[in-house]
Design a protein around this ligand. Structure first.
Ligand code: HSE
Length: 335
């Protein structure tokens, strides 16, 4: 897999490909992972995939041109079945248009296995599962990175902005840097294999669209210097496998001070995580999920338990997940 994509021109990238697959009756079941975007200091430019949770799509080729969504589970009725309004079908339609196969008939089932509005890249996981499913059905063996522009369209529809720090790691797996948006330039980063991630999702709603609106548009030079020092420190720590450097670089003076207000007892949760052995702690994506890096699974589990206990004391329900960084990205589930 190439690491880098420069100036993707989706039309010219896809015109030569006219999928050989997509025969009526073909079907595929795909899983795509949740992601932690921003990674504290890298607003809109850093993200990584986790092993769980994730969303699943079952896609079948039908004999009636056009896309239908026959079933969505796990969403409490919040997501639209209308294919013109659902991010999965819209991004799949963009892909089909780009390869000249708008003639095909598709039926989609979406199985949400993670909370919506959680800060874990819920819409990205669904969109990437859908795109990986159509890529598989069309026997399109090109690098998955070519699906990124379509996934970003889904993200734009879901939250009003086409950022890539959830969709890129969901699609490519691993730890990803969006070096540039214009032109799009995406770099997969190495990471220490023994880095564990403890994720806690407090059951409060923080829509990404709103969490983006409260961020300051202008920043001062002193804060900018702090922030880019930290981003460079984090990326260096990933390359050098230096977990201490990773930990001390994960500080955010730009976004976290504002968004932390949307998260119940954020600073107390940080104190609990750090005093129980976390390497670092912060908001996952736009929240309300929070995450900590640790050096082992046991510490990650202990931190999720302590944070869950704390939230229970505040009468807030929560879900917890413990994972290493998922280098595989989306995968076909054998049927
Ligand atoms: N970078 C995005 C944000 C991730 O923080 O708004 C959320 O989808």
């Amino acid at each position: 897999m190439s690491n880098k994509l420069q100036e993707i021109d989706t039309k010219s990238a896809f015109t030569p490909f006219r999928g050989a697959g997509g025969l009526v009756g073909d079907a595929v079941h795909v899983f795509a992972p949740a992601t932690v975007a921003n990674v504290v200091c890298g607003f809109d430019v850093l993200g990584f995939a986790v092993n769980e949770p994730g969303d699943e799509v079952i896609m079948r080729v039908t004999d009636k041109p056009g896309i239908t969504i026959s079933k969505i589970t796990g969403d409490d009725g919040r997501l639209p079945l209308d294919p013109a309004k659902n991010t999965v079908s819209v991004s799949v339609q963009h892909y089909l248009d780009s390869i000249g196969r708008a003639d095909i008939g598709l039926d989609i089932e979406l199985h949400k296995k993670m909370p919506i509005g959680s800060g874990l890249g819920s819409s990205s996981a669904s969109t990437v599962a859908g795109l990986y499913a159509i890529k598989t059905l069309m026997r399109d063996d090109r690098d998955p990175i070519n699906l990124l522009p379509f996934a970003m369209k889904g993200e734009e529809m879901a939250c009003g902005h086409g950022h890539a720090d959830n969709v890129a790691p969901a699609l490519l797996g691993g730890f990803v840097l969006i070096r540039s948006y214009e032109p799009l330039d995406v770099v997969r980063l190495p990471h220490p294999k023994d880095l564990w991630c403890a994720v806690v999702f407090p059951d409060v709603d923080v829509p990404t669209r709103e969490a983006r609106q409260i961020i300051r548009n202008k920043i001062n030079m002193k804060d900018a210097v702090t922030q880019w020092g930290n981003i460079a420190g984090l990326v260096s720590g990933l390359f050098m496998q230096d977990i201490d450097l990773i930990g001390r670089s994960m500080q955010d003076v730009l976004v976290e001070p504002v968004r932390s207000m949307l998260i119940p007892d954020f600073y107390k949760m940080r104190e609990i995580a750090m005093s129980n052995g976390a390497v670092s702690f912060g908001i996952s994506g736009s929240g309300p999920s929070v995450f900590a890096f640790t050096r082992d699974e046991q510490t990650a589990k202990a931190i999720t338990e302590k944070l869950q206990q704390h939230l229970t004391g505040l009468k807030i329900g929560s879900n917890t997940y413990v994972s290493t960084i998922n280098d595989a990205g989306p995968r076909v589930i054998p049927t």
